[in-house]
Design a protein around this ligand. Structure first.
Ligand code: EPZ
Length: 429
């Protein structure tokens, strides 16, 4: 078991390359199961654990997967079969539930164990179920020797329908898109998620021959096509806006000057605007942004929202930045019920933060001090790394399995930017 060790107070300087978007690559990998003949080549995959898990899951169902390099997968789903995937894999990752939409679209039926993944206040799938039922599926909970499963069945395949989401859900939008791709008739999704990876999925599906229109707006229209018309293709995943945002915040929090390369500035707009409010200089180029802090960081208020708002996956990172900013900041979590579990870890480092439900009040401007902390989820883990980079002294971060799920080579990338950071074995005591 390894831990990340950081000796803090060194500004980050230099250049860093951003990889493909984890949360965009996962739906595309499951979407490739809709292609009944031919190979799909997916490029710019991030080399992170969640990608490996999703490829293992589809292989367990009969898909053939070749890895020509750590950022590319060639998938042939011709011999795919409906069966229960290995529960030990499904439980590691919430995105496993995309199997439901993909198998419904391919076979008109699906069975998946309840997904795992980061837990902040429970992660229901009622909106997914509502979408599937609107498309004519009967969704039930069943139990097998691998635990509680979700089963979706249809009479003769999925039927196009109007699906209205009371509240935005990225996963439910994606799952309905997958199932509706081969539905008979038109599906209209209202109050759809508008994240860049929803658009990326639509672009991938259309490259395979699907008819998905309006992704990126609140209304997505999908004209179902016969699955035999879906063909393999080559597709490159968009850059990861959350990985990019994480390095932007790390550069600002350490008072460094970093060029963050291979990004789509438009996807970073909300993050960039909030950083600018805090006194951070952001210079946008075609496919990179340069981050520096000309003067001092200042407090601000922030609320996370579905895209195009400030992503909830940037919330823990911004919380650390607010600890470094002079003054009192208010941070409202607008997406999840309980996404402040990591705050106790920051308090162990000297942070002054009060949490009241979905609102955190951060009294910034005092130094942080190195401590032994752990990562309670993927983005909280990234926040612990940023806190360690800013803190006086040595910080040890345990439970880094979460960080490895979503940040490719984070220790090497930060080291190359001048951080004193390394991986060390945790001594068995
Ligand atoms: C995706 O989760 C991401 N995960 C999350 O990133 C991200 O935080 C989230 O979208 C919001 O952007 C992946 O893409 C694998 P939601 P998802 O459905 O799809 C509630 C990371 O760190 N809800 O938009 O689960 C839900 O509890 C991860 O990369 C229901 O109540 O998010 C939450 O409060 C963390 N019922 C809100 O809606 C449902 O059926 C938004 O969830 C579905 C969701």
């Amino acid at each position: 078991m390894k831990k990340i060790v950081i000796n803090g107070r060194r500004p980050l300087n230099g250049e860093v390359e951003i990889g493909g978007m984890k949360n965009g690559a996962l739906p595309i990998i499951f979407a490739s199961l809709l292609v009944t003949s031919g190979k799909t080549v997916i490029e710019n995959l991030p080399a992170v654990k969640d990608i490996d898990i999703s490829l293992e899951i589809i292989e367990s169902l009969g898909a053939k997967v070749e890895r020509s390099d750590r950022h590319t997968a060639v998938i042939d789903a011709t011999d795919l079969k409906v069966s229960e995937p290995p529960s030990n894999l499904v439980r590691k990752m919430r995105a496993s539930y995309y199997l439901l939409g993909a198998e419904l679209g391919r076979f008109g039926e699906a069975i998946v164990q309840y997904p795992g993944g980061c837990d902040f206040g429970g992660r229901p799938i009622d909106r997914h179920v509502k979408g599937f039922e609107a498309l004519g599926a009967t969704v039930t909970e069943t139990f097998s020797d691998s635990g509680k499963c979700v089963r979706a069945e249809t009479e003769n395949g999925v039927v196009g329908a109007n699906v209205f989401f009371d509240d935005v859900s990225v996963g439910a939008t994606i799952n309905v898109m997958l199932a509706a791709t081969t539905a008979s008739g038109l599906t209209v999704i209202e109050n759809a998620a508008r994240e860049p990876h929803v658009v990326d999925l639509a672009n991938f599906l259309n490259t395979c021959g699907a008819k998905v229109f309006g992704a990126g707006t609140p209304t997505i229209k999908i004209t179902g096509v016969d699955k035999s018309t879906l063909h393999g293709c080559s597709y490159t995943v968009v850059p990861d806006m959350i990985e990019a945002g994480t390095y932007m915040v790390a550069a600002a929090a350490t008072g460094g000057n970093v060029l963050i390369k291979n990004v789509i500035p438009k996807h970073l707009e909300a993050t960039s605007m909030k950083l600018a409010e805090m006194g951070v200089s952001i210079v946008e180029n075609d496919d990179s942004v340069e981050v520096s802090v000309p003067d001092e960081l200042v407090a601000t208020n922030m609320k996370t929202l579905p895209y195009p708002g400030i992503p909830t996956d940037m919330q823990p990172q911004f919380c650390v930045l607010m600890c470094m900013a002079k003054g009192t900041s208010k941070l409202v979590e607008g997406v999840f019920d309980n996404r402040f579990q990591y705050v106790d870890q920051l308090r162990n480092m000297g942070a002054s933060i009060e949490v009241n439900g979905k609102i955190a009040t951060i009294n910034g401007g005092s130094p942080l001090y190195g401590a032994t902390v752990n990562a309670s989820d993927l983005r909280a883990g990234a926040a612990m790394v940023i806190a360690g980079l800013c803190a006086n002294g040595r910080t040890e971060i345990e439970n880094i399995v979460y960080i490895n799920r979503g940040y490719e080579d984070i220790v090497d990338k930060l080291s190359a930017l001048g951080a004193d950071i390394s991986l060390e074995e945790i001594a068995d005591n």
